[in-house]
Write a protein that binds this ligand. Structure first.
Ligand code: ADP
Length: 543
């Protein structure tokens, strides 16, 4: 009753497909969840960037208005008034502006660079002159400028001589003009004031909780020089860069403001905040699912292997039973029909009958014991006794089974070694080991059964001159249904439960059973049982 490979494959396929589908579903679910989180995050980031644009608009409006109105407009007005005087802009213009009536505010004066006048073709400097190329650039711009529009002044930005400059002038109807260079370093203070005047984000957006501490602002002039930075941190993913454009006569034209928002403030600005990536959790879940499926698959494979072993077991037991039964029937028949000629032949026939009946008994005993052990109904009747007579008895009983094998069993039994044992169980243990020694060893070999005290234990060994057990299989062979591959190839009958029963019984005695190398090629099976202590004699029956 060997397993049918075709049928197994047909069962493996749908189960494998089921597992693969489960794994694929888990992967798809994880990917879908990750996609949802990514989408949600992108949307939230886009909203936050919109808010950053709002803040940028507010920063531009504030700073341009303050600089343009309270700064440049005030200065241009004061300059124009001074220019109207009879002596024009001669002398120390700065001192005159400060003394003028009304006096020019000191705050506005910080912005005042070199003052200039344009007389319809000539540029005059009231202070240190500017580089020649900047002068000619400015002259060209002033010459090309039309009459004054609605704006009170005009702002011009240059990057001449590798340095950004801003000029502010007020054209007059007669084609002349007066103006000044805007001190760009002084702009920093004005930008700071604009920033500090209040939250850049409307209170309604962040429930009034989002202050400027969560907003990073950087302003660069038209030459790219940083003129203001509110803090060291920037959050580029949640930032925007907005140009100043022509706000307030273009006083900061060409400058840009870069604004980004602190992700920590996201929860106040967007419902649910910025969703955090669930990737590690999803990967962990996926790995867990894969692990569970893998474990399930392994378990299933084990179950199948066990089912196959059980099937083989039934086949093997039947096969093992068949040989002695055939022998018994054959010799019984011979005797019954009185076909035996000599009394010697008759004696041999009876010996064989006895031997096969014993083998059968041992086999059935093993099967029963195995079944009891599987069901957990093993009962041992322990009694403290000397082991040497017991072992000797078993060897004596086993001798008929050696008939025709040429095998000799020799014993060396130390007297006085006592242990608490179930005699029936110990008999079965030894019979199994002896049976294996004969079954797997060569004909004409010597099998030694020894009893001694070793390791503080009663030590019974069965040593044969057979092929031995490879090191890697020495644990495995004590498991149920396990047989060495060579036995299958040599077609040696066996069900693979003898050593499992042996080990089970020994362990129930509180001992242990293992195999080691014997001198030469053979194997030595060792049974160690706890020695009886003085006064331990009365231990009763137990499971
Ligand atoms: P069975 O003898 O029915 O196969 P056992 O549980 O008694 O089952 O033994 C398990 C396997 O261990 C055997 O199939 C055999 O391969 C190996 N084995 C057991 N005893 C010996 C031995 N004395 N020498 C060599 N191999 C052995």
């Amino acid at each position: 009753m060997a397993a049918v490979p075709g049928r197994e494959a047909s069962r493996t396929l749908p189960i494998g497909a089921l597992f693969a589908t489960s794994l694929l579903t888990a992967a798809l679910l994880a990917a879908e969840a990750q996609r949802a989180v990514t989408y949600h995050r992108r949307t939230a980031e886009a909203v936050l960037r919109d808010y950053a644009s709002l803040a940028a608009g507010e920063m531009i409006r504030r700073s341009a208005t303050e600089l343009g109105y309270r700064g440049c407009y005030t200065l241009i007005g004061a300059l124009a008034r001074e220019a109207e005087r009879p002596d024009g802009l001669e002398g120390d213009v700065r001192a005159r502006l400060a003394r003028a009536d009304p006096p020019t505010p000191a705050e506005a004066m910080t912005l005042l660079g070199t003052v200039f006048q344009w007389h319809g073709g000539r540029l005059d400097w009231m202070g240190p002159p500017l580089p020649a190329d900047v002068q000619s650039w400015l002259s060209a711009r002033l010459a090309a400028a039309g009459p004054a529009g609605q704006d009170a002044y005009v702002a011009l930005q240059s990057n001449g001589a590798g340095e950004p400059r801003t000029f502010v002038y007020s054209p007059r109807p007669d084609g002349t003009a007066c103006g000044f260079e805007l001190s760009l370093p002084a702009v920093t203070q004005w930008l700071r004031q604009a920033f500090e005047r209040g939250p850049l984000l409307p209170a309604s957006l962040g429930h009034g909780r989002v202050t400027n501490a969560a907003v990073s602002v950087t302003v660069r002039d038209h030459g790219g020089v940083e003129r203001f930075r509110s803090q060291l941190h920037e959050w580029p993913a949640l930032g925007v860069e907005v140009p100043y454009g022509d706000v307030y006569s273009g006083v900061l034209r060409g400058s840009t403001v870069r604004i980004s928002l602190d992700p920590a403030a996201a929860s106040d600005l967007v419902i649910g905040g910025l969703p955090r990536s669930r990737l590690p959790a999803l990967v962990a879940l996926f790995v867990l699912t894969a692990g569970l499926l893998f474990t399930a698959a392994r378990q299933l494979r084990r179950e199948r292997a066990l089912a196959r072993l059980r099937t083989e077991f039934v086949a093997n037991v039947s096969h093992e039973l068949r040989t002695p039964l055939t022998q018994i029937r054959m010799f019984a028949e011979t005797l019954r029909l009185d076909r035996v000629r000599s009394s010697e032949a008759q004696r041999r026939s009876l010996e064989i009958l006895d031997k096969e009946a014993r083998r059968l008994t041992n086999l059935v005993e093993n099967a029963l014991q195995f079944s009891r052990s599987e069901r957990g109904t093993v009962l041992l009747a322990m009694e403290e006794q000397e082991l040497a007579p017991l072992v000797d008895d078993v060897v004596r009983d086993f001798t008929p089974l050696l008939t025709g094998t040429g095998v000799v069993v020799r014993t060396r039994l130390e007297p006085g070694v006592r242990a608490s044992v179930d005699p029936g169980a110990l008999r079965q243990v030894l019979l199994n080991l002896l049976d294996n020694a004969v079954k797997y060893g060569p004909r004409q070999q010597e099998v030694h059964v020894d009893l001694a005290v070793g390791n503080g234990q009663a030590r019974i060994t069965v040593t044969d001159q057979g092929p031995g057990i490879p090191l890697r299989d020495r644990v495995r062979i004590f498991r149920r249904f396990e047989r060495l591959e060579r036995e299958r190839q040599r077609a040696v009958a066996g069900a693979g439960i003898g050593l499992a029963v042996t080990r089970d019984l020994v362990v129930r005695h509180g001992g242990r059973c293992f195999v080691e190398d014997a001198e030469g090629s053979g194997s030595r099976f060792v049974v160690e049982l706890p020695l009886s202590m003085a006064g331990d004699a009365g231990r009763g029956s137990q499971a």
